[in-house]
Design a protein around this ligand. Structure first.
Ligand SMILES: Cc1cc2nc3c(=O)[nH]c(=O)nc-3n(C[C@H](O)[C@H](O)[C@H](O)COP(=O)(O)OP(=O)(O)OC[C@H]3O[C@@H](n4cnc5c(N)ncnc54)[C@H](O)[C@@H]3O)c2cc1C
Length: 538
């Protein structure tokens, strides 16, 4: 069997593994990262896409986590402009009452159980919460919060229900396109010398006595198996941690997995200008988050013990999210039929023996046993700190990732395209990527044409994805490179996109057909919730 050697074998190509690969490679270590599916295909493409301090963690007094995350938010806005962008959040407050002030003081000075929304319903409590959030952000504050009267709230968000509305507040956080952020980190890690391999699964570990010294891998595309030996093995597989640890005979279970689902609707249907903070019937804070022409509504938080590979939104979750959004926006009349797709992920939360998953801390945990380091927990927002904490254990060289630009901003597009295409390209791609696309377009003018008339994506992006962004499957391109899936999941362009990829990657007709079938299965998964509810949606 073939074998390779490295200083570090990182298992898992989500944001955590990607962050570790970049951190270690930029400190001079020889790194190999392996991911069993596509990069970011796990939790790291299924988050709420918020790069945030976590307003709701104020409730659990996780001030350290909020402070750290707000600092990282500031850094990411600078390191990955466009992929991470400022986003205003509006909290509408309904039916405020003086007794909530009492709640606030009880929360500050006792361990009284209360929901975040209950706390912020009182005008004073709301003021204190948003001011505290700004204070914790310090120099990284995006913009100062604003307290709004009822009429100001309705001017900002005319579709909100005026019934019982008392006022509200706007505070600032950020939106981060999770799958593109992860890919940017992977690409940077490769630029620093790491070797990152998707569709490469760890099927077993290699041991010398008790010590884990390597892993047996299966290349799922070529079907071959080989071995990698490394001085350190890092298990960064998010919610798969306990499953993979058991293969390494690491018996302690460290996770308390929790599922979260989102629904996606068109922004035409729900015309919002800010992310809206909404209270679910069980007191959870949920969001309606504008994402270009779409709105993401989520999330749920449900203890999860089923297969992580098969996680999907259920009819019950979809109904739960629709109830919330229709309560806040009754005039929008959002219906099951308005749902373009759904997505779900499993939070790799650390088991802290809390009574409910919503109360489990979002902090990370690192354990080192038998030559392997496991990292789990944390958030998309704090991946860089998590990576630093791991690599600090391995080398004394200082961390430099706070200085590594993940995306060099491109100001001018070197080819003629319409304004919306230009804005889209500048937002997602670095200067280098755009130059690569320009080179491709110089040879073939057709590559600057739109893939679909209603979207700003162009064919050159597919060439870039296949040649420089590790896309090997149709689903990689549709979902995690161009994001067409979220807008037009069953677009007529699928066949043409598959044929285009077939030319680029040398697929046979049979493979092309298989790729389309596999992709359509993903589309089905996003709509499987329909099977759980008993209504006719035709
Ligand atoms: C619903 C939801 C909403 C969230 N919202 C936010 C948010 O708005 N902001 C925020 O900061 N955080 C958010 N989070 C948390 C954040 O998304 C996660 O903490 C983060 O994405 C975890 O990344 P990870 O790399 O640890 O795990 P993952 O992204 O799951 O990556 C682990 C990878 O390991 C791979 N793998 C598994 N087994 C093997 C094997 N044997 N061999 C090789 N590879 C393997 C998997 O395929 C997977 O890609 C949210 C999480 C969820 C579930």
């Amino acid at each position: 069997m073939e074998r390779e050697e490295a200083d570090l074998l990182v298992i898992g190509g989500g944001i955590t593994g990607a962050g570790i690969a970049l951190d270690a490679a930029s400190r001079g270590l020889k790194v190999i990262l392996v991911e069993k599916e596509d990069f970011a295909s796990g939790t790291s493409s299924n988050s709420s896409k918020l790069i945030h301090g976590g307003f709701r963690y104020l409730k659990s007094r996780d001030f350290k986590l909020v402070f750290e995350a707000l600092h990282e938010r500031g850094l990411l806005l600078r390191l990955a402009p466009g992929v991470v962008e400022p986003l205003p959040f509006l909290i509408p407050v309904y039916n405020s009452s003086i007794r909530y002030i009492t709640k606030l003081f009880l929360w500050l000075f006792s361990h009284e159980k209360t929901t975040m929304m209950e706390l912020i319903k009182a005008p004073l409590a709301l003021r204190i919460s948003v001011a505290l959030y700004d204070l914790l952000a310090g120099k990284q504050k995006i913009k100062k919060h604003k307290i709004l009267s009822k009429s100001e709230v309705l001017r900002a968000e005319p579709m909100l229900s005026p019934e019982g509305l008392k006022g509200g507040a706007i505070y600032y956080d950020a939106f981060g396109l999770d799958f593109r952020l992860t890919l940017s980190v992977i690409k940077k890690a490769c630029e620093h010398g790491a070797r990152c391999l998707n569709y490469t699964e760890v099927v077993d570990f290699i041991k010398e006595g008790k010590n884990i010294v390597g892993a047996r891998l299966r290349d799922k595309i070529k079907g071959r198996e080989y071995e990698i030996f490394a001085k350190k093995i890092i298990i960064a597989v998010g919610p798969w941690a306990d499953e993979l640890r058991s293969k390494a005979d690491l018996k302690e279970k460290i996770l308390r997995p929790s599922k979260g689902s989102h629904i996606i609707i068109s922004r035409e249907k729900l015309k919002i200008n800010n992310a809206i903070v909404m209270e679910a019937s069980d007191g959870r804070l949920t969001f309606a988050i504008p994402w270009e022409d779409l709105v993401i509504i989520g999330t749920t938080d449900i203890e999860y013990d089923k297969s992580i590979d098969e996680v999907r939104a259920t009819g019950e979750e979809v109904s739960y999210l629709l109830e919330i959004v229709n309560r806040y926006f009754p005039s929008a009349k959002i219906n099951y039929k308005d749902i373009i797709t759904t997505y779900s992920g499993v939070r790799p939360l650390i088991d802290t023996r809390s009574s409910s998953v919503g109360d489990v801390s979002r902090e990370h945990r690192i354990t080192e046993e038998n030559g392997a380091i496991t990292i789990a927990g944390g958030k998309l927002t704090t991946y860089r700190v998590m990576a630093k904490d791991v690599v600090d254990r391995i080398t004394k060289k200082p961390c430099v990732t706070q200085e590594i630009k993940l995306k060099e901003q491109c100001e001018e597009i070197p080819f003629e395209v319409e304004e919306d295409i230009k804005n889209h390209l500048v937002k997602i791609y670095s200067k280098r990527d755009i130059e690569k696309m320009a080179g491709m377009i110089e040879k073939n003018e057709k590559l600057k044409e739109r893939i679909l008339p209603s979207l700003p994506c162009i064919w050159a992006e597919i060439d870039l994805a296949a040649k420089h962004e590790f896309a090997v499957k149709l689903s990689d391109v549709m979902i995690r490179r161009l994001g067409i899936y979220f807008r037009k999941p069953k677009s007529k362009a699928i066949e043409n996109i598959a044929k285009h990829m077939a030319k680029l990657l040398g697929w046979s007709d049979e493979r092309t057909k298989l790729e389309i079938e596999e992709y359509l299965k993903e589309v089905e998964k996003g709509m499987e919730w329909k099977r759980d509810i008993n209504i006719n949606l035709e």
